[in-house]
Design a protein around this ligand. Structure first.
Ligand code: BV8
Length: 230
């Protein structure tokens, strides 16, 4: 019986054609974080923020899972133990690959949130600031995304899973954003074996017991096969 927690970031979706944030030419090279990924930026210019997320929602809707997402779905099916994927990603590629236990700590592109009454609903492909909330009718829709300065979702459930993990794997994340960047320390504190699978060493690489570098679509299936053969 082996309990595994896997944290994923934008790097696992890179080979599915979705841009990362901090790589060369990434999303933060094209947009200022303060303008498109903070509550203040949304208050200042909701049209700009809706345009930013509408473009990503359209791209994500067309994207296909790659071999890394598929391998993690197979791991969930065949593992003798619990697997929880905690993703910082707002796309649905883990679900499209067949993963069931997926926790979106930074929200999801395909969900909308009413800034007035907190009602959540399936987002239309393109959202506009004049969309009415299906519950309260107010015109205050926002993407159901956790912006900088906002509290990530289901932190208690994540902390509980990390405390029970035998293995913690971080895939495709730069380790620059907290609290996700601290999960390796929490898992290590509870005695988990910690693994980084990334294109190159992340900011937190030295905090992992084991590191493997290369494209996720190559190194994740290899790691999954070894885990299932143990
Ligand atoms: C919070 C919106 C309080 C969704 C995002 C000063 C010091 C420390 C912390 C802070 C500070 N000032 C403020 C903070 C807190 C702040 C933070 O961490 N800031 C950082 C930038 C310093 N954090 C917050 O505000 C968070 N909230 O702290 O609340 C709190 C917390 C807990 C309890 C109570 C109160 C909220 C953070 C969420 C912000 N929202 N985005 C969206 O638009 O998508 S964050 C954004 O960055 C995305 O969500 C993304 O998931 C996240 C991390 O980025 P990565 O996924 O890692 O992507 P990145 O491009 O950075 O890296 C890609 C990696 O993949 C690279 O390593 C690359 O090598 C690799 N790669 C590339 N290609 C491949 C590959 N790997 C494998 N294969 C490939 N082919």
């Amino acid at each position: 019986m082996t309990n595994i927690v896997i944290l994923t970031g934008a790097g696992i979706s890179a080979e599915s054609g979705l841009g990362t944030f901090r790589d060369e030419g990434g999303l933060w090279a094209q947009h200022r974080i303060e303008d498109v990924a903070t509550p203040e930026g949304f208050a200042r210019d909701p049209d700009l923020v809706h345009r930013f997320y509408n473009a990503r929602r359209d791209q994500a809707a067309k994207a296909k899972p790659n071999a890394a997402h598929v391998a993690l779905a197979e791991l969930e099916r065949r593992l003798d133990g619990d697997l929880l994927i905690v993703t910082q990603n707002v796309d649905s590629l883990h679900e499209k690959a067949g993963s069931q236990a997926v926790l979106h700590m930074h929200g999801q592109l395909n969900r909308a949130l009413c800034a007035t009454c907190d009602h959540r609903w399936d987002a239309p492909l393109a959202m506009h600031k004049s969309d009415s909330c299906p519950a309260c009718g107010q015109q205050a829709p926002r993407p159901d995304i956790v912006w900088f300065g906002e509290i990530p979702y289901q932190m208690e459930k994540i902390a509980e899973a990390l405390s029970q993990a035998d293995v913690f794997v971080s895939i495709g994340t730069s380790g620059e954003v907290y609290p996700a960047a601290n999960f390796v320390a929490e898992a290590d504190h509870f005695g988990a074996h910690t693994v980084e699978l990334n294109l190159e060493p992340s900011a937190g690489a030295s905090r992992f017991a084991e590191c493997r570098f290369g494209p996720a679509s190559e190194i994740v299936p290899i790691w999954v096969a070894e885990e299932l053969a143990r």
